[in-house]
Design a protein around this ligand. Sequence first.
Ligand code: HMG
Length: 455
Amino acid sequence: MASEFPADAIGIDDFSVYVPKLYIPTVGKFAISRGIEPAKLVKGIGIERMAIPDAHEDAATMAAMSVHELMQRNSLRPQDIGKIYIGTESGVDEAKAIGTYVIGMLEQIYGPGSFQECLTVELKSACIAASYALEDLCCWVAAGGDEGRVGIAVASDVARYPLRSGGEYTQGAGSVALLVKRDPRLIALEDMIGVYTRDENDFFRPPGCSMAVVNGKHSNDCYLDAVGGAFASFAKKAIRRGKLQLREGECVSDHVSHFLFHIPYPRMVEYASAALFRQEWRGLPRWKGVEDELGREPRAEDFSDPGEHQRAEADFSRRFSKSDAFRQAFSSKVGESARISRQVGNIYTGSIYLGLASLAEQNLLCPGQRVCFCSYGSGCSAMVFSGIVREEADCPPGRDIFKRLDQRWEISLQEYEDLHEGGRKESLIFPEREFARLYIDSQGYRHYGYVSQAP
Ligand code: HMG
């Protein structure tokens, strides 16, 4: 895999989003049954509704739904698509690539063998996988391997944690498909990537386990370290390569109009941007204004007891996140990106692209603006890259995502728990004009179909 996005105008031309039709509100019976204050879930975590896959849905059906919509939106024929790369950590097979199931489903519409010359690969790297797919496809296009064809980077996941666990209220499900091509209408990616990788136990899923092992608080810390490290590496590169010329008192984040973070839950985006702006502003003249308001930032060398330093640091970061300077930067560059995630929950590797969808659907992307992607995957690694919004960004038609989210069906706590535990075999909403998992045969092979009409 090449290590950088190419310099030509290559990037994201369009995208589509699929979210299951079922949801459970985090407030109401869910919060009561878990003994949690609703305000904690809505404000402290930031998730109001969690998308729940129906009995016939999985990562493969959701991926097929988002790719099919992308094809329809762009009148793409199978022969126009050279590669479908799918990032997922909810794979449906230990060996067979999820994309082969997806192609099998699509061929039920486009005809047998129609995707024969399309290459498909499944990428696993927790929540960062789809960003690696995007990078790889851009390099393929730049190298001329595309021969005029397009690539599709897909994110598809079911985020599932044990019932009554601390992760339960950060679940969700969905898929995003990104159309990758030369001369894209939406965002041309810039040729620099900041990366940070280290071996961590924040979140992992050993073979045979259906749900991840999570060290919740530690996972937040790993996320912040990795994104901070990758952004520092990105900033260094941007300056070294002369992509950005900083004037006196400026920092790299001043040249970014929108930050898109991985969104496991919307509040995490607030923690991440507070840490990033602190890292960026520290040492600049404006930091004096922050310290005048909040007092001196705690430094490790001022404390003999590391625990005391940690407490002082937590207190300072809480106050920083309420400061005028941060609130202003947050509301203009970050806050709106979490709108869809509040209604969907975590969709793992697609979450950062739900951020892109939130901005696009609210018409907040203006030509010439720089968008900075801060992608994170547990385990752990982060990748920071940027792109410039193109003149034609408003050409791809809207997707009615907010309307579609409003039209979903609320399920009861009992229905949610049955679906979660695999105790429900029949769909709550019978599929119609939809891909569905029909059955799994005695060998474990999954049979999928396109259901055009409910019986
Ligand atoms: P928790 O124990 O629910 O957190 O765990 P908390 O008790 O610290 O509460 C969270 C916030 O709610 C706090 O805000 C509370 O004060 C506030 P803060 O103090 O930080 O400002 N709160 C309230 N606010 C208003 N009214 C109230 C109230 N009560 C409390 N009444 C945790 C949260 C995220 C750790 C847990 O849900 C979890 O383990 N989730 C799963 C792991 C996760 O999402 N980690 C995120 C980083 S790792 C990542 O993003 C990768 C991942 O997507 C996987 C991948 O890469 O594949 C997970």
